[in-house]
Design a binder for this molecule. Structure first.
Ligand SMILES: COc1ccc(C(=O)NC2CCC2)cc1-c1cc(C(C)=O)n2cccnc12
Length: 121
């Protein structure tokens, strides 16, 4: 069999993988790790038109789908926003998503990322 060549990862892919790992650490219960199913969340697929989760974001990084940091942050905000649309404010999912969004936006702000440029390029 032809061994799959270990593809060279771009600087952007290395940055996004680093950021994704940092975001996943903020979700220890893994509530955002996998796609939400209608089985665990009744009616989810008819309420949320564009689902997003960390495993899908990981796949997009590996497949070179993201050509900019903002495309990655857009998917991250979608992940959080979906949870704040489907779930009521008093639920653990809504509260976890709100906290995750705040933490993630702060972590990916330009002044936080500038020091990484040299390390990850
Ligand atoms: C991948 O999705 C999940 C995986 C596991 C769990 C889970 O372990 N829930 C237990 C923690 C308290 C019950 C919940 C979820 C889950 C995420 C979500 C989101 C993200 O909206 N959700 C909404 C309603 C019900 N369950 C969920």
């Amino acid at each position: 069999c032809v061994l799959r060549q270990r593809q060279e990862r771009s600087a952007l892919q290395r940055l996004l993988e680093y950021l994704l790992k940092a975001l996943e650490k903020k979700d220890p219960k893994q509530l955002f790790a996998w796609p939400v199913t209608d089985h665990i969340a009744p009616g989810y697929s008819s309420i949320i038109s564009i689902p997003m989760d960390f495993s899908t974001m990981k796949q997009r990084i590996d497949n070179g789908v993201y050509s900019s940091l903002s495309q990655f942050t857009d998917d991250f905000k979608l992940l959080c926003n979906n949870a704040m649309v489907y779930n009521q404010p008093h639920t653990i999912y809504y509260k976890a998503a709100k906290k995750l969004l705040h933490t993630g936006v702060k972590m990916m702000s330009p002044d936080k990322l500038r020091p990484l440029r040299s390390v990850l390029t």
